[in-house]
Design a protein around this ligand. Structure first.
Ligand SMILES: [Zn+2]
Length: 120
């Protein structure tokens, strides 16, 4: 069903981005599972939001990491700044979410494609 596919895809995309930064350790994976479970509930309340799940799970994980581990993912564009900042999800509620630098507006990568930036 569409919801399960969307949640499965969201989980895979966010885990791919965490792996790109080598932060997909066990307790971080559990944060992803928590976010997916929360968004499962959310889409059940608002089925029209099913297309937004990947971006929302990414934002949930980003928020959870900020509390427990710190800023993620760090911007690869502004590496010369003394104050490294995390990328934002844009659009916050959209079907084609990207990681975007909040200072320069550069779209760095699609959700799930951070490894192309980190390793390319
Ligand atoms: Zn930046």
């Amino acid at each position: 069903m569409e919801l399960e596919q969307a949640l499965h895809a969201a989980r895979a995309l966010v885990l791919a981005d965490l792996s790109a930064d080598d932060v997909a350790v066990a307790d971080v994976v559990s944060l992803v599972e928590d976010a997916v479970a929360h968004r499962r509930w959310w889409v059940e309340q608002w089925p029209e939001g099913v297309g937004f799940v990947a971006g929302l799970v990414a934002q949930d994980v980003q928020d959870a990491l900020l509390e427990r581990y710190g800023r993620w993912p760090l911007c690869p564009v502004c590496t010369d700044l003394n104050d490294p900042h995390p990328l934002d999800i844009q659009p916050e509620l959209g079907t084609d979410p990207h990681w975007v630098c909040p200072k320069t507006g550069v779209a760095v990568a699609r959700i799930g494609a951070l490894n192309s930036v980190r390793r390319g």
